[in-house]
Design a protein around this ligand. Structure first.
Ligand code: NDP
Ligand code: GDR
Length: 355
């Protein structure tokens, strides 16, 4: 067992919770930074939490925020981490068009604050740093996108993450820090945030199956993404940090699928076949047997600038880290739909008892 200490920002998010689970299973002590919120935001990590008064507690949560430098310095000083995983971010691309300044503050300057905290505390030689970089950096650059592909950010989110990517590289070169970027393509799973397209679709399919809603409204159905399973990607993050030479790595599946295909596959899992009728915003996804409209377009979900096609090349990570994804696309979709069917069923039963 490792006996190491890790500090994870964004612990309450999809990746933070899965990474915490992985590191605890490897014998780490894990400290996570969570934001204060008016309702509970720790649903993904509650199962990891033990009473602080018990013996052998290895999981700790601290209040903090990426916009608060003094808080970050104090937490790093108190926890003295061997490894910091910076996963906290305003991570929704469309929301970044509405909150560009906040997104830059949390995602770009937040990263700088952590790196500076390491320097101020004199931990450059002892603390390794991982940055959650993203395939959004590539924008509409030609595919397959690899570490050698020039970046073309197409949203305030991607522009903020571009700053973070380069400041991590700069601190690595300027101060000889073990600071790394994982350039991760989209990764999903049952605990994916509900407003990202995959989970939005699987939740809607489950609700339609149980008669709680009749259709789903979506934006660009033709966007293509290289979708993998988050479980595989947190393993990749850990491998990036363990590698002796600090470097930047792409993690992806090397397969791409459209939002349309994701919709079709999700519905087929509940026995419904989608037939597409019409074009543009008038397009509809109709049940081929019943004629029911199951999918409609709502232009509000179109982005001012869109990333149309992402398909990665993971050969560097495969060769140097021995990393590869293990979950086929069809299995990922099936797992997410099954999970949401279970959640909706539980909710229906619960409401039934209260009625
Ligand atoms: P989530 O949106 O699920 O989680 C983001 C986390 O960041 C949450 O814990 C959130 O807290 C926290 N957070 C947001 N703003 C702040 C802030 N100002 N201060 C402190 N914490 C904050 O993202 P994922 O888990 O999906 O992604 C993890 C990271 O990886 C993100 O940086 C994302 O941009 C990046 N990424 C994700 C990919 C993906 O496909 N999932 C692909 C490539 C990169 P709260 O729960 O309170 O909202
Ligand atoms: P993305 O994920 O922008 O790739 O960022 P998202 O699931 O939001 O969008 C994927 C594609 O689907 C299209 N789309 C819709 N998207 C949403 N959210 N809602 C809709 O109704 C809808 N209809 C169509 C989008 O236009 C887009 O093309 C995710 C985040 O996790 C980032 O933090 C991360 O960096 C990247 O993945 C890699």
């Amino acid at each position: 067992m490792s006996g190491k200490t890790a500090l994870i920002t964004g612990i309450t998010g999809q990746d933070g919770a899965l990474l915490a689970e992985l590191l605890l299973s490897k014998g780490y002590t894990v400290h996570g930074i969570k934001r204060r919120s008016s309702s509970f935001n720790t649903g993904r990590v509650d199962h990891l939490y033990h009473d602080m008064h018990e013996e052998n507690v290895h999981f700790f949560m601290h209040y903090g925020d990426m916009t608060d430098a003094t808080n970050l310095i104090r937490l790093i000083q108190e926890t003295q981490p061997d490894e910091i995983y910076n996963l906290a971010a305003q991570s929704h691309v469309q929301v970044s068009f509405d909150t560009p300044e906040y997104t830059a503050n949390a995602d770009a300057l937040g990263t700088l604050r952590l790196l500076e905290a390491i320097r101020i505390l004199g931990l450059e030689k002892t603390t390794r740093f991982y940055q959650a970089s993203t395939s959004e950096l590539f924008g509409n650059a030609p595919s397959p996108q690899s570490e050698a592909t020039p970046f073309e950010p197409r949203s305030p989110y991607a522009a903020a993450k571009l700053y973070a990517f380069w400041i991590v590289r700069n601190y690595r070169e300027a101060y000889n820090m073990h600071a790394t970027n994982g350039i991760l393509f989209n990764h999903e799973g049952p605990t994916r945030g509900e407003t990202f397209v995959t989970r939005k679709i699987t939740r809607a399919v489950a609700a339609i199956k149980h008669g709680l809603q009749d259709r789903i409204y979506l934006g660009n159905l033709d966007a293509c993404r290289d979708w993998g399973h988050a479980r595989d990607y947190v393993e990749g993050m850990w491998r990036i940090v363990q590698h002796d030479k600090p470097d930047d790595f792409v993690l992806c599946t090397e397969e791409t699928h459209s939002v349309r295909e994701f919709v079709e596959l999700s519905f087929s899992h509940i026995g419904r076949t989608i037939e597409w009728q019409g074009t543009g915003v008038e397009q509809k996804g109709v049940d081929a047997n019943t004629g029911d409209i199951l999918v409609e377009i709502d232009p509000r979900y179109f982005r001012p600038t869109e990333v149309e096609y992402l398909l990665g090349d993971a050969s560097k990570a495969r060769k140097i880290l021995g990393w590869k994804h293990t979950t086929p696309f069809t299995e990922l979709v099936r797992e997410m739909v099954d999970y949401d069917l279970k959640c909706v069923k539980q909710e229906v039963n619960r409401q039934g008892r209260h009625d």
